[in-house]
Each structure stands twice: as C-alpha cells, then as structure tokens.
Design a protein around this ligand. Structure first.
Ligand code: MN
Length: 743
C-alpha cells in the first residue's frame, strides 16, 4: 500500500537518509550471505536500484523515504521467514508494479518469468485493500489461487503486512482499525496455517493494540510489573531439569517464555478469570541439538527426565513427533505440576523442529528435500484448489467457509482401513463422509465412531476411527448445512438441494400450466413475472417449488382478474413499517455522539444489538444502508468481520458526555448462594447507586448462583464503578459485562 506524501513537507537532509538506506541495504546482504551464489549479489543490487528509483519521490506516512518499507519487508522475509534470493528480489519490488511506473513487463525483462509471476500475485493481493466487499472477497479467491500456485506470494505478503502493522502508528485511526481487523481476520490465521507462529503472535498483539487499546495497555503493564517474580519461578523450575540434562550429556538450550498479550487476553475473556490467575502461564522450551536419527528418541528421553522430576497431567500430553500438525509443526508438549502447585507447560523439540516452528513453510521445505515425506502442505493446497473449483456460491460465504475449512486447527481421523484423513476442528461424521466421496456423503444416515453408533452431526476428535453407514434412500436436507464445517461438504449439499428442488419445481410448473389453461390465461413470461412479483419471490423456480410443496395454493388464483390472456393480481395491502427498535431508554431525538471525519455534526445513529455499546466504550460507526450509522464496540465479535470486509463504510466515532440518556447493558454475576444475596445486590444497585434495573434473573444450583441483570447506565465509568462495588460484596465471585446478546 503506498501512501505517497509530498516530499517538501519533510525537512530531512538527503545525505543522512541515503546513509540510513544504504545501511539497511548492506545488512540485508549480510543476512543473505550464506545463500549467495555467483551473480546473486548483482541481481539483488539491480532489484534494489530499480525499487529505489521507482519509489524515489514517495514517502511513507511516517515521513521516511518509501524504499525503507520494501527493504524492511525483504529483511523480514530473510530473517524471520527464512526465504532466499528470489523472494528477496520480489520483496524489494513488491510495491513497484502497484504504485509506480514500473510494469510487469519491465520486471520480467530484468528478472525472468518466475519473479514476474510472484510480483503479479503480490499486486493482485494489494488490490484487496479498499475495494468493495464482493470484489474484495473475489480478490481473496484470486490470492488463494496464486498462493496454491506459489506459496512465496503469501509469505512475502505476510512479511509486508507485518511491517505495515509494525509501523501502523502513523496512520489515521480509521485505517488502523481497518488494517488491524483485516490482520486478525485473515492474515494472522494464514500465518498460523503457514506455521509462522512468531509472526502470527506478533500480528495478533499489534492488532489488539489498536482494536482494544485499554486492555492491551493494562496487560502489557501488568506483565512488566510481574516480570521479576516470573523469572524467579522459571529459574527455580528449570534448575533440576538442567542438572539432569547435563548429566545425560545433552546439547541443549532451555528457557521460559511468557504467553503473548493477545493469548492472555483470550484466556481472560474465555474463562472469565482475572489477570492474576493467568499471568504466570508460560511455556518452558527445551531445544535439543540431536542428529536426525536420534531426534525422536532424545525427545522422549528428555520427557522421561522431566516427568521424573515433576508430575505430568496425562490428558495434556501432545505427541506431534509421531503425527506432526498439517502446518509442519513437530514437538512434544507436556504439562507438569511445578513448584508452588502451578501447572507449567513444557515443550520439547530439536533444533530442526524449532526452525520449522519459527519459520514455518520455508524451513519445512528446506528439510523436506530428500526426506521422502509426503508434503502435508501439498495436501492442503490440493484441498484448497478443489474447494476453489467447486465453489459457485457468493464470495462472502466463500471467505467464511474458507476460514472455517482451512484456517482452523486440524484434527486427524482414521478410516476403517487405517488411512489418515485431515479435517478442520469441529468437523462432523457427515464432513468425514463427504471427504470420502460425495456419494457416501449424500447417502449417509449415521456413523460408527470407534465402533459406537453416532448421529451424522457427531463432532469428531483427533484419533477417532470412523465407519460411515449409508442407505440408498437417504437424501440431503436443508438442515444438513448446519451439521458440516468443510467447504467441500457444504458445496455438495447445496448442489444436491438445488437438484432436488429443481425436480420438485418441475411438478409445480406443470400444475401451474394446467391451472392457467383452465383460467384461459397464457403460460408466458409476462404472466409468470406478474405472479412471481405478486408473491414476492426471487425466481420462477422458487414459485414453482412453493406450488409443488403447497405453500402457495393455486385456488387463490380465482380471485385474480383476467384481461385477455393476461392475469392481473390484486393490489397488495400496504403494511405499516415496523417501528425501529432502539436500546435507548430515553427519547431518540438527540444523537449523543460526535462523528469525526469531514464534519463534526451530530447525526442519527443506532446502537448495535450484538455488543450493546455504552458511552466510554471504544467504538466505531458503521454505515448501514438505509439505517444511517450503527455503533459497535471495537471488540464486538462482529467487528473484525465488518472492519475487514467493509472498511470503506467505517466512520470514526467518539462519545460526548451526556447525563440525560441511559443505555441498556447486561451484567452476569456469579457467587455463593446465600440467603439475602439478591436483596444485597439489588439494594446496592438501585438504592445506593440509583441505577435502574430493567430485569433480573437469578438461578441457584448446588450452593452457587448465577444471575443476569439488565440495567440502564449512563456510561462506562458508571458501569465500572458498579462492577467494582458488586465484586466487593461478600460471596460474589465474578461480575462480567455481557459481550453479546447470547453470551
Ligand atoms: Mn507493501
């Protein structure tokens, strides 16, 4: 993405900048040193000069010369992803065809067709930004096609995105939100899927910094405050293991790693716990320098040494040595009981495995050569190619399907004959059936999982062995779509449903033809269109279908007028438009937000029902067709999708203090069941704090209670104060704000 800025605005001395650019260029060459073959240096120099010249009048939003960006992207490709010479050249040139006078032909002439093809792929991906929704999803499909053609495209694109995220500070807030959302929605999962754990983690942390600035700062600060304590614990934990490994003559590295800010935040949200309960979660990593033939044996030896010292939790042993993940990850994970009764995760891997864990795909290929291993990536790419070829439905659905099918963690299951199949997490017996063959899927009536009979919607787990039971009489139905997660199964079910519908509709068409004949009306396009419009249906097919299944009764046609061979439907009765629902308790007259952007006018808005924002929340405005502006919280579960797909419809919004209007919000309270707990809560809320309660439900079970309270607050401060006061009541265990309607 280029954001050209006039050069005159910046008063920097050219010499200093040139020096800095040359310094960056030299360190790039240094990083590549071991990979350089005769002639490579000259090629890289040509690419660098071509890019520097093409971008020479451009600057980044930060004011730096534009060429620093391609240089940084190239450096990420080499150092953090482990890519080589050709990718470096592509990274240097990645924005030229998109933003400058350099053409694809120029690139091809200078560097050949392989590099031109990659640059072409990168240029197509750039177009995704700022395009309208459908086009964006359409482009995303293109990216995937290019990706399966040459994965380097996506690796360089990930480096590009990472550098843009690292330098996001100088962008406008709207851009920050949009780019961050896109990053969590598409790029971080892609990085994960490519096995680039470090890049994925950094992307998520950076995105969180912009999407949830408050939570980010809070956790970052708390992590810094607790660093010392953590280090002490890690050292205490490591000491005995270190001794054992040294006695065993292992060549190794051992260290502790705190969890990322984003993953701590996820734990806090998911498990509804406090920072204090999760902050000391970290992984201990042991990296062995073992020869290839002893890798597995050594890892298990070390496992045995650790579990001699600390007690392992048997359910939390993960053996990715025997069965690596689809993204290439190999390691042995165990969780043991450490000092002070704390669970600690230990990851054991060799140097080679560690490189794969950090550099993903690129490293994987490096080691795959000559090892004879069937490429798991190849399998994955093959599945993507199939899905792309089969997919007819709209592009947005496709994007969603793609995410659930290909970007989630995978499970491994077995056929009755012991063949392994890879499916996304959440896949069901029906997904499995379709993965075997579409005929097996359409005829599936149930399955035996590990010899036990289960329904078709049964969710599978890694290691399950599945036998599909079919019946010739079985047919797919509409609700099957809710029972599958893979793109393949979805497409096949939709195809079957369409086919089935067409058959049924044929009967309806025949019935209509006869009815019109009886009425003396022609069976022609005009009359069919009249009827389809009258019944408000999207197509004649739908109309025939509704006739066949008797949702539409042809007897009703007797009320229609006949003029010549034309049929004239009666005028439809006008329905009163339904009153727009608002969550505000006060009247709707005044908007309480100021909308930034070109104007500072007050405009009409709605509050999103999905996340129920209240003043003080970090929010953004989303332009809805016909409804004006809808306000969402930036951490709304729908936000990432909206921001990523419809960035151009996002408006920066900010609250203005207003004490007259209150907003509906919901809190969830958990605690010990105790006589009078309800009156203590309501007393605090309504009598002491004078907050209006709209509804309250409390359920008690086995000594604990869970309550939901709907109440009206003026802003976030008031809500926070209330939450803190409630927490300090005796017996209250947790108080949380509802994130969504159906949380
Ligand atoms: Mn770029």
């Amino acid at each position: 993405m280029a954001e050209p800025v006039e050069i005159a605005k910046y008063n920097l001395t050219g010499d200093q900048e040139k020096k800095e650019i040359l310094r960056q260029y030299r360190s790039l060459l240094r990083a590549l040193k071991s990979k350089l073959k005769p002639g490579d240096k000259e090629l890289i120099r040509t690419a660098f000069e071509m890019a520097a010249d093409a971008h020479k009048t451009m600057r980044r939003k930060s004011g730096e010369p534009y060429i620093t960006h391609p240089l940084a992207v190239a450096m990420i490709c080499v150092e953090e992803i482990g890519l080589g010479i050709r990718s470096t050249i592509c990274a240097l040139l990645h924005d030229t065809v998109e933003d400058t006078d350099v053409t694809l032909e120029d690139v091809e002439r200078e560097f050949g067709s392989e590099i031109a093809r990659i640059i072409d792929g990168l240029t197509k991906i750039s177009n995704v930004v700022d395009a309208n929704t459908t086009q964006q999803a359409e482009n995303f499909k293109k990216i995937l096609l290019t990706l399966t053609d040459d994965p380097r495209v996506i690796l360089i694109k990930l480096a590009d995105r990472l550098h843009n995220m690292r330098t996001l500070d100088s962008m406008k807030v709207e851009k920050q939100l949009k780019i961050s959302s896109e990053t969590v929605y598409v790029y971080a999962p892609l990085a994960h899927r490519m096995g680039l754990y470090n890049i994925k983690t950094e992307m998520e942390d950076l995105a969180m910094k912009y999407l949830e600035p408050e939570a980010y700062r809070e956790i970052a600060q708390k992590l810094a405050e607790t660093r010392r304590e953590r280090t002490r614990f890690i050292n205490e934990f490591i000491r005995p293991i270190k001794e054992k490994l040294e006695q065993g003559n292992f060549n190794f590295e051992i260290y502790g790693r705190p969890k990322s800010i984003h993953s701590i935040w996820n734990k806090i949200k998911k498990k509804a716990v406090s920072f204090e309960e999760v902050y000391d979660l970290f992984a201990i990593r042991i990296i062995l320098n073992s020869p290839p033939e002893k890798e597995k044996e050594d890892c298990w030896k070390v496992y045995s040494m650790i579990t001699d010292e600390y007690n392992p939790s048997p359910e939390r042993l993960r053996d990715w040595l025997s069965n690596p993940k689809a993204n290439g990850y190999e390691a042995l994970h165990t969780t043991v009981m450490g000092p002070q009764g704390k669970w600690v995760e230990v990851q054991i891997r060799t140097k080679r495995m560690n490189e794969i864990a950090e550099k993903g795909l690129a490293a994987h290929w490096k080691y795959k050569e000559g090892s004879g291993e069937e490429g798991r990536f190849e399998q994955w790419f093959q599945q993507i190619r199939e899905a792309l070829n089969n997919h007819e439905s709209n592009s947005l659905d496709f994007l969603q399907d793609f995410k659930t099918s290909f970007l989630t963690e995978e499970i491994y299951v077995y056929t009755p004959r012991g063949d392994v199949k890879m499916l996304p997490t959440g896949a069901t017996a029906l997904d499995f059936a379709f993965s075997v063959h579409s005929m097996v899927g359409s005829k599936c009536i149930g399955a035996k999982v590990n010899h036990k009979l289960v329904p078709i919607g049964h969710k599978l787990r890694s290691g399950d062995q599945i036998e599909i039971i079919t019946s010739a009489k079985q047919k797919p139905t509409e609700d099957w779509l809710n029972l599958v997660v893979t793109a393949k199964a979805k497409t096949k079910i939709k195809d079957a449903l369409k086919e089935e519908k067409r058959k049924i509709a044929d009967e309806g068409k025949y019935l209509l033809q006869r009815k019109l004949e009886q009425l003396g009306v022609a069976f022609n396009q005009h009359n069919i269109d009249e009827l389809v419009t009258h019944y408000k249906l999207p197509s004649p097919l739908e109309f025939y279908y509704k006739i066949a299944i008797k949702t539409i009764d042809l007897k009703d046609l007797k009320d229609f007028q006949v003029m010549g061979d034309k049929i004239v439907p009666p005028k439809p009765v006008k329905l009163e438009p339904k009153e727009e629902e608002t969550l505000k308790s006060g009247n709707k007259k005044d908007a309480e937000l100021i909308i930034f952007g070109e104007s500072s006018d007050k405009i009409v808005y709605n509050l999103a029902a999905c996340c129920k924002p209240i003043p003080g929340d970090d929010v953004f405005g989303f332009v809805t067709t016909g409804k004006g502006l809808t306000i969402h919280r930036t951490n709304c579960p729908n936000a990432a999708k909206l921001l990523a797909n419809y960035g151009h419809r996002v408006v920066k919004t900010k609250w203005v203090k207003n004490k007259e209007i209150s907003f509906l919000t919901v809190i969830k309270i958990k605690g010990l069941d105790d006589v009078g707990v309800v009156s203590k809560i309501t007393n605090l809320i309504s009598a002491e704090l004078r907050i209006n309660i709209s509804a309250i439900t409390i359920e008690a079970k086995e000594g604990v209670f869970e309550g939901n309270i709907k109440l009206f607050v003026h802003d976030k401060d008031e809500l926070e104060n209330l939450v803190n006061r409630l927490k300090s009541l005796p017996g209250i265990e947790s108080v949380d704000r509802y994130d969504t309607e159906n949380a």
